[in-house]
Design a protein around this ligand. Structure first.
Ligand code: GLN
Length: 213
């Protein structure tokens, strides 16, 4: 039986489910994701090398700078074990740069930039423009009930080709900003910097809990 997560409004803690979530901690907004996991009462561990992947139930790839995270994943010899884990079905949630790193192909990559794969999508980096074009909004995500989800778009990507992935979030103009394919979920925006925990909660409840072996 897979455990399910009570909603925060019903219970202050989901810690009883004893999951451990890894947060890729090479660069980016690691702390904000840790704060969301703390708020949900979920144990977490920073992942910097292949050994850190052992025993985690899911992995969050934070936002930051995808080309830097790519480079550091080579230096820390994390790239190969991480790709293996993704192929093996490790549940992953990527936000912004994390989404870029899960993509099969990129528009606007820097020379030699690589990704881990996991989502058979094409993503355009910096699709809204530079830092000054960053914005906050709310998004209706049918998978997540209640109020629209709070979302910060910071030099964010847009998913230009969804492949066989399922769209889980789009902007009113039809731009796709969230997809799921099996155990991989990627979103263009940052809920975590706005204290929005419901995307993480949904991912833990729907993807991670059901993938548990
Ligand atoms: N533009 C960044 C990149 O290409 C992503 C920005 C972010 O993660 N907020 O990696």
């Amino acid at each position: 039986m897979c455990p399910t997560f009570p909603h925060l409004t019903d219970s202050p803690s989901v810690a009883g489910n004893s999951l451990t979530i890894g947060v890729l901690a090479l660069q980016g907004d690691v702390r904000e994701h840790e704060q969301v996991l703390d708020a949900l009462g979920v144990a977490h561990r920073q992942v910097r090398n292949g050994n850190d992947l052992d025993g985690i139930d899911g992995l969050i790839i934070p936002g930051g700078e995808s080309s830097v995270i790519d480079k550091l994943s080579h230096i820390f010899e994390l790239r190969e074990p991480l790709i293996e884990a993704i192929v093996d079905g490790l549940p992953v949630l990527g936000t912004c740069a994390g989404l870029i790193l899960l993509s099969a192909s990129l528009i606007g990559a820097i020379d030699g930039q690589q990704t881990f794969g996991g989502l058979d999508i094409t993503v355009e980096r910096n699709a809204f423009g530079g830092q000054v074009e960053s914005f906050e909004t709310t998004i209706v995500m049918p998978l997540i009930g209640g109020e629209p989800v709070k979302a910060a778009f910071i030099r964010a990507p847009i998913i230009r080709d969804t492949g066989t992935s399922t769209v889980i979030a789009e902007l009113p103009n039809g731009d796709v900003v969230g997809v799921r394919n099996g155990n991989c979920v990627g979103i263009s925006f940052h809920p975590e910097v706005l204290g929005e925990s419901r995307v993480h909660e949904w991912w833990l409840d729907t993807v991670v809990a059901n993938a548990r072996r």
